[in-house]
Design a protein around this ligand. Structure first.
Ligand code: PLP
Length: 400
């Protein structure tokens, strides 16, 4: 008889083999350079990078790296403490104030990641008397955060305002209700209909929370986010977001909102209370990023120009994309093996892209997801478009 330790490890191996067989295994690509519009792969190839969340192109920038070095020199490498014991420095308070000012909220609390912000936001604020009404395609961290909370759960069909209204009616007898949505859904680049959501929230007396990981820094006229895009600044109760994408790209997250909410999270939110403070290097660099973004919309404007150009040209070549305006551009290939083959061919042609297929996206909706950056030059985008055209022709995928 095999012993339980052996069966444990052989069981894991079997599951890993199955993932490989089903094409669901996620290998890690190793870069030998900074993050940027161009990266170097481990084997020394230069690739144009079209799959980072580096929307404003800040991840590999010298001045951001220098701001983090300056903060390290001033505040040291780390705190060896949670925030409330001896892990809060002036740079953390300054960053919390800067985020609040940028988003138009009263106060902000920092976390080690947006995953923690979402994981720790519900349980301290809501209990079994309350209802959380969540978009069916919300990010995994929202789903996990809701699971940790005793509130009643209601799920509305993705981006479906009629179903949201039905769920609000179903939750009518609950004390407090909160509607929760990603501001932007990263698989499709879909922007949540926040104007309508706020209207429904007002009608049914609900609060609204948005996850702005794919919006903070570049959505809206001055980059404040989806609430600015939909002209509902001041009408959103809770905003969560990341420092690990557009706002510099290192790591870190935040929750922002009314001061009572933030004060309660500081007292009760478990990922905040029981986890180390954000490194001062990240806090200092994020502060420098927010200062830059508050004084100029240049990067945000360049990103949107790049996005409009790419969306127009990729359709002209003969590819089908999901319509929209967000820098996430899903180029639809529909068939999973085709998407894999296409991404592999693009890699050979010097373009880094990721293919997505079931179960990450619905069956028959396989795609490569392009993510534009302010760092992309027009020449780089033209090179990428040429590669799309060549690979598309070779695989017989063009409509034209
Ligand atoms: C919508 C959304 N929420 C939360 C997260 C988690 O962000 P972080 O990397 O800061 O934990 C992500 C990142 O993938 C995301 O896309």
């Amino acid at each position: 008889m095999s012993n339980p330790q052996d069966t444990f490890y052989s069981g894991l191996q079997q599951t890993l083999d199955q993932l490989r067989d089903q094409g669901l295994y996620k290998p890690e690509r190793v870069l030998a350079s900074r993050q940027g519009a161009e990266v170097m792969s481990e084997d020394g190839r230069t690739l144009i990078n079209m799959c980072a969340n580096n929307y404003l192109g800040l991840s590999g920038q010298e001045w951001v790296a220098q701001a983090s070095i300056d903060a390290t020199e001033k505040y040291g490498y780390g705190l060896s403490s949670v925030r409330f014991i001896c892990g809060t420095q002036t740079v953390h308070k300054q960053l919390e104030q800067a985020i609040s000012k940028f988003l138009g909220t009263e106060d902000t609390i920092l976390y080690a990641a947006a995953f923690d912000a979402n994981g720790g936001v519900f349980e301290p604020l809501f209990d079994e008397n309350d209802a959380i009404i969540s978009d069916a395609l919300n990010h995994a961290s929202i789903i996990d955060g809701i699971r940790l909370c005793k509130a009643a759960r209601f799920r509305y069909a993705h981006n479906d305002m009629a179903d949201l209204e039905r769920q609000l009616q179903a939750a009518a007898d609950k004390r407090h209700k909160i509607i929760v949505t990603d501001g932007v859904f990263s698989m499709d680049g879909t922007i949540a209909q926040l104007d309508k959501i706020v209207e429904l929230a007002e009608k049914y007396g609900a609060l609204v929370m948005i996850d702005e990981c794919h919006a903070s820094g570049f959505m809206g006229k001055t980059g404040r986010g989806t609430h600015e895009h939909h002209n509902v600044i001041g009408k959103i109760d809770i905003i969560t977001g990341t420092l690990g994408k557009a706002l510099g790209g290192a790591m870190g997250g935040f929750t922002s909102g009314r001061k009572e909410v933030i004060e309660m999270l500081r007292q009760k939110s478990r990922p905040y209370l029981f986890s180390n403070t954000l490194a001062p290097s990240i806090a200092g660099a994020s502060l420098a990023v927010l200062e830059r973004l508050s004084s100029s919309t240049e990067l945000r404007d360049r990103l949107h120009e790049n996005t409009a150009y790419f969306r127009q040209e990729i359709e002209r070549i003969g590819f089908t994309i999901k319509p929209g305006t967000h820098p996430v551009v899903p180029v639809m290939l529909f068939d999973a093996p085709v998407a894999q083959k296409f991404a592999a061919r693009m890699y050979e042609l010097g373009v880094l892209l990721s293919g997505f297929f079931y179960p990450v996206v619905p069956m028959g909706q396989a795609r490569v997801r392009v993510q534009l950056s302010a760092a992309h030059t027009r020449a780089q985008l033209d090179t990428v478009l040429k590669a799309f055209e060549q690979a598309g022709r070779e695989l017989g995928l063009l409509k034209n």
